[in-house]
Write a protein of this length. Sequence first.
Length: 416
Amino acid sequence: MRIALPINWNLDASSLTNIARHTFREIGKMMNETKSFTIAATRLESISVGDFNQHYDLVHISNMGGYGFPLNATNHCKNIVCGLVGIDEVIYGKEVMAWEGSWKVSEPLIKKALKNWEKYNSKIQFFHVGTHSERDEMHKYLKIPYEKIKITPFGVDHDFFKPAADKDLTRKQILSELKIPNQKYFLHVSEMNFARKNQIRLAAAYQMARENGLKHNLIIAGKHLPQIKNKIGHLPGIFFLDWVTNKQLLQLYQGADIFVLPSIHEVFGIPLVESMCCGLINPYDVSEICDSMLTLTKDPKLLKQLSEKSLKRSEFFSWKKYAKQVFELYGIDYTKKMVDFDTQYELSAHRTLVTVCNTFPDKEHPLLLSLLKLDYEKLLEWAADYGLHDSKTKDFLIPFENWIYNKLGRSMAGEM
């Protein structure tokens, strides 16, 4: 079986893009181990170019956040698997709209999309979601039959996300790097939609807690809109960061005393599981959020107990386990080697390399001319020297790492 996985759905939402990254990496590992199928990265718009079914047997859209129905895929693909990640706008409406007046624009679009879901969801073979509650929501609002929805909890990279050997030193180092005062802190991992993340109430609760003796700072990391920074960024103790590297995010988790995620709605909460590895309240009640913040800072014993329980709970989640559950939806017999595996692997590697270079342009090492000329030598050199080491691109290239180095006549990184 030849599988295509679009990697440019929801590129502006880092958590959703990370789902595609982890899915592709882990499924790619299974490809190399079993040789029973191939997987290639593609772009959504490529699905409608030519006869898609001539080149692929299945398309897997792994990170469909939002309410939009994938008409492009259902119009051109015979075999589709979709991973659904949250329909907050459908459930909560204007309450989770970050932009003033946007509900007037979004409401008719949502109504149209819901009609498409009810009318065309039969064209999609299987769906997978992260939680039981999300399965109920997809059935209720999108009219997807329960029997077509499988629960596949997302994972976490346990080799990467782990407690710091020296928490105080880690906190000092990362805060110095980010030019933030060396003070104990709460951490909140953000996204563009500050309304859904409940950041206005979070800031209000934090200010209330400061007035009642809280000494911790509040660090808000991740992409954000200027509106929210202008609204709460001036408040004492609050520090906004933009996109941070994986290493910086790890150190922020490791150095934090408490991770706060008071979202209006959270389908799974990947940052929550990541934070668990490094060491519930009413989201509408500012006083309750404030009391929780104060309680944890005043009770070190309780904080330690909760940290230990979180660490233990996080062991349940892994991307490898997630990938195996998703793989079952493909209907592949992994015990049988694909007849033309080597030929299809070569095609998948070339297609993935071009897709990655096209989707994540490198400003320091522009590849546009190489892409136009299909100069694979230049693309391979970029992949070996930069792409395999960049957190934005490496997970899509790791399944073809050996192929990349062999094509260049090089040894694997770290080999003599």
